[in-house]
Design a protein around this ligand. Structure first.
Ligand SMILES: Nc1ncnc2c1ncn2[C@@H]1O[C@H](COP(=O)(O)OP(=O)(O)OP(=O)(O)O)[C@@H](O)[C@H]1O
Ligand SMILES: N[C@@H](CCO)C(=O)O
Length: 318
């Protein structure tokens, strides 16, 4: 497990008095996160999740917490942050920023069927529409500028073939980002990390999206591409599964119709979404952050997906 700030029931009992949740009855650490310290908290008013942010600052957090609140108020299934008696969503605990959100029911669906992909596609489109009037802006902090910053730090570790792939793809993406189709893509707040492990299901019923801490303003199509690249693939080969792709895209399109500019940008965007996670996994693999005892995710998975998206024509968006 990663850095973990220990929190006892005594610590929480005092701290939670500022929230309208009643007494804290139990605290249980959640072992699976790698970015933050998470705890299930049982209070007199029910189950909640306490997150202590290990890497994000007090300045970056209002965008994420307020976005979740905005979406929850509009009926999108996301954890609702709870404000303290001063109306604050981010309150220090042990000197680090912390927040309490509602606990989603269910569990992650790690072997999704078309019905799950359809539910995710429809909710993703609803989320994009519901965030249109969200007043805060923050760029996608893992966008093109970050790719440019990280590329030279990982290139020395790569084989000739992978270094060539990375340079060529960066060149392609930089050039694509200046074209007319790209400039006309719809934009707004996006989740940007909607993998299988960030969605809860109860059977085939979607119970919610969570882990908004890579969210930022970017093209909606990028969000769709990130999601398709994880939910709709054969995990061994990275090849897209036609039935799951169709289910997700058709369900999204029924709520928020795709445009011709998005159709023209679909293959470049599937490549961009693969590149983004190849780069972050390479970065975590070769430049691991100090004080973290993590097994980094396998970068080869996204190298394979990127090569596959370059080689194979993308399915139609609609
Ligand atoms: N609102 C919530 N409702 C129910 N469970 C939650 C909620 N938030 C987090 N969890 C649980 O805590 C685990 C870790 O949360 P999360 O993925 O946000 O942590 P993280 O440290 O940002 O992890 P990572 O970056 O590895 O995905 C999740 O897998 C989930 O089981
Ligand atoms: N979803 C990312 C991890 C960061 O949440 C990955 O699989 O590389």
């Amino acid at each position: 497990m990663a850095v973990f700030t220990a929190v006892s029931l005594d610590d929480v009992s005092e701290w939670i008095k500022q929230f309208p949740l009643g007494k804290a009855l139990a605290v249980r650490g959640i072992a699976s996160g790698i970015e933050n310290s998470n705890f299930f908290i049982t209070t007199e008013s029910g189950e909640h999740v306490l997150t202590i942010f290990e890497n994000l600052s007090f300045e970056q957090l209002p965008f994420y917490l307020n976005l979740m609140r905005h979406l929850a108020e509009r009926g999108v299934l996301v954890p609702a942050p709870v404000a303290n008696d001063k109306g604050e969503l981010i309150v220090p605990l042990h000197g680090k920023p912390a927040a309490i959100v509602s606990k989603l029911e269910g569990s992650s669906q790690m072997a999704p069927q078309p019905a799950h992909c359809a539910a995710v596609g429809a909710m993703l489109a609803r989320m994009h529409l519901a965030a249109r009037d969200f007043p805060l802006t923050q760029p996608n902090l893992r966008g093109l500028d970050w790719w440019n910053a990280v590329t030279p730090t990982v290139l020395p570790f790569l084989s000739d073939s992978n270094a060539h792939l990375l340079r060529a793809e960066m060149h392609f993406q930089e050039s694509y980002a200046t074209c007319e189709h790209y400039k006309r893509l719809a934009r707004g707040p996006v989740h940007a990390d909607l993998f299988r492990n960030n969605v809860m299901f109860v059977g085939e019923r979607l119970a919610g999206f969570f882990d908004f801490y890579f969210a930022g303003c970017d093209t909606w199509l990028f969000d769709v591409a990130v999601t398709v690249n994880d939910w709709c693939i054969d995990l061994d080969t990275g090849v897209l599964d036609e039935a799951r792709v169709r289910a997700m895209l058709d369900a999204y399109h029924a709520v928020r119709p795709f445009t011709a500019h998005e159709q023209a940008s679909w293959q470049p965007m599937l490549r961009a979404a693969a590149l983004r996670f190849w780069l972050s996994r390479l970065f975590d693999f070769y430049q691991p952050r100090a004080a973290e005892m993590l097994t980094p995710h396998d970068p080869t998975h996204f190298e394979r997906i990127l090569r596959e998206r370059i080689a194979t024509p993308a399915p139609r968006l609609f």
